[in-house]
Design a protein around this ligand. Structure first.
Ligand code: NAD
Length: 360
């Protein structure tokens, strides 16, 4: 798997070192959440915001008056006292900003997706490895307690063999020029890669661009993993209400994860079918199982806070973060394959080879 290509990282920031001097880049829709969490976490010291839109800079200053706003990224990168950048700018800007930051020797946490194409994503990983700094994509859902619970159920064999997963991620969403696949698919893809823990072999995608050609508001992805598990993802910015639901069907149990259901986000169903192979034609036996439904207790925690904690911990210890750079590359490769499939009328497009080729 791609993850095995990580070189061991050096222990550069032991736990008793001072907070990481950090700059957040971008204060649009998502940046304020990062700024709040960076300010709340003891591992970080927010030393500046980098934002090129003066109105957004003023919005930041009204909330965080003691921290300066810098409009020029080069000024940030020239400051040797800055340890880390947290990038929350639009996806098409990630490669240029992150590459410059990594070359300047800064650790980088970049919002999903890592980049908009596989070559750029791999280039960032290579640059981080060359400079011996941490590059981490911000796949926030990997830190959400319900997602972690499902991973635990899979690891403990509670679900049995993974048959398939379905996912629906829809709402009346914010229209962005990168399209709905780039905006929403990284969430499902990162969760699925984390749960299934195998490379995605191929992706087929269909969808619809209602307002502008090449900017789909709705897309339907079908993924096949190398071990045979399949997944279906429904994405939309054009939906009457918010739906964030995933269903995992295993040989022993089924799980429903509804991110809008609060305390009961996870329900484990002891349901399924037992099929006994017939001894002679027409004699098959099908038994339905319909047992208990359990909603396990979930520890309340803000995923973004856990993500930042993992970022700091990985910088300090050299550990690989849960949301690691090669998972970010696989997400981008699958996203790119989905976009290619969409353009080619829904034909399945190989993913693993694409990522491997880009690494080679
Ligand atoms: N993890 C999540 O759940 C989640 C949710 C929403 C968005 N995101 C991600 O966050 C990122 C930002 O999304 P958004 O919706 O906040 O975008 P946005 O367009 O609302 O905000 C981006 C901000 O970056 C600033 N900016 C752009 N280029 C810059 C540069 N070179 N230097 C300094 N500032 C610059 C813009 O002025 C703007 O204020 C995207 O990668 C998106 O996918 C993640």
């Amino acid at each position: 798997m791609l993850t095995r290509r990580f070189p061991a990282r050096l222990d550069r920031h032991p736990a008793d070192t001072p907070p990481l001097r950090t700059v957040v880049v971008g204060y649009g829709y998502w940046g304020p959440n990062l700024v709040r969490n960076v300010n709340e976490r003891p591992e970080f010291e927010l030393v500046a915001l980098c934002e090129r839109d003066p109105a957004r800079g003023q919005a930041f200053s009204a909330k965080v008056p003691n921290v300066p706003v810098m409009a020029d990224l080069d000024e940030v990168l020239d400051d040797p006292t800055i340890d880390a950048l947290i990038v929350a700018t639009p996806p098409h800007t990630h490669h240029a900003i992150c590459k410059a930051a990594l070359l300047a020797g800064k650790h980088v946490l970049v919002e999903k997706p890592l980049a908009t194409n596989t070559m750029d994503a791999i280039d960032l990983v290579d640059t981080a490895n060359m400079r011996d700094v941490l590059l981490m994509p911000g796949h926030t859902f990997l830190y959400s307690p319900p997602v972690a619970k499902v991973r635990q159920l899979i690891d403990r064999g509670v679900l049995g063999d993974m048959y398939f997963v379905t996912s629906a991620r829809m709402n009346l969403g914010k229209y962005q020029k990168d399209g709905v696949i780039c905006d929403l698919a990284p969430h499902d893809l990162s969760i699925l890669l984390h749960w299934i823990d195998e490379p995605i072999a191929q992706v087929a995608a269909s969808g619809r661009s209602v307002f502008q050609p090449g900017v789909p508001e709705t897309a339907f992805l079908t993924l096949t993993f190398e071990g045979g598990a399949t997944a279906n993802i429904e994405l939309s910015w054009l939906a009457p209400s918010k739906v964030r639901k995933m269903v995992v069907v295993g040989s022993n149990r089924m799980v429903q994860y509804d991110d809008t259901a609060g305390d009961e986000a996870i329900r484990i169903y002891d349901r399924g079918m037992e099929f006994e192979t017939p001894e002679s034609f027409g004699e098959y036996q099908l038994t339905y199982r319909s047992g208990d439904i359990i909603a396990p207790r979930l520890e309340p925690a803000e995923p973004l806070a856990l993500e930042l904690q993992d970022f700091a911990h990985s910088i300090r210890t050299g550990a690989t973060p849960r949301s690691h750079a090669y998972l970010g590359v696989e997400v981008v490769a699958a996203m790119e394959a989905a976009q290619e499939s969409l353009l080619r009328g829904g034909v399945p497009v190989a993913v693993a080879e694409r990522a491997e080729r880009a690494v080679a």
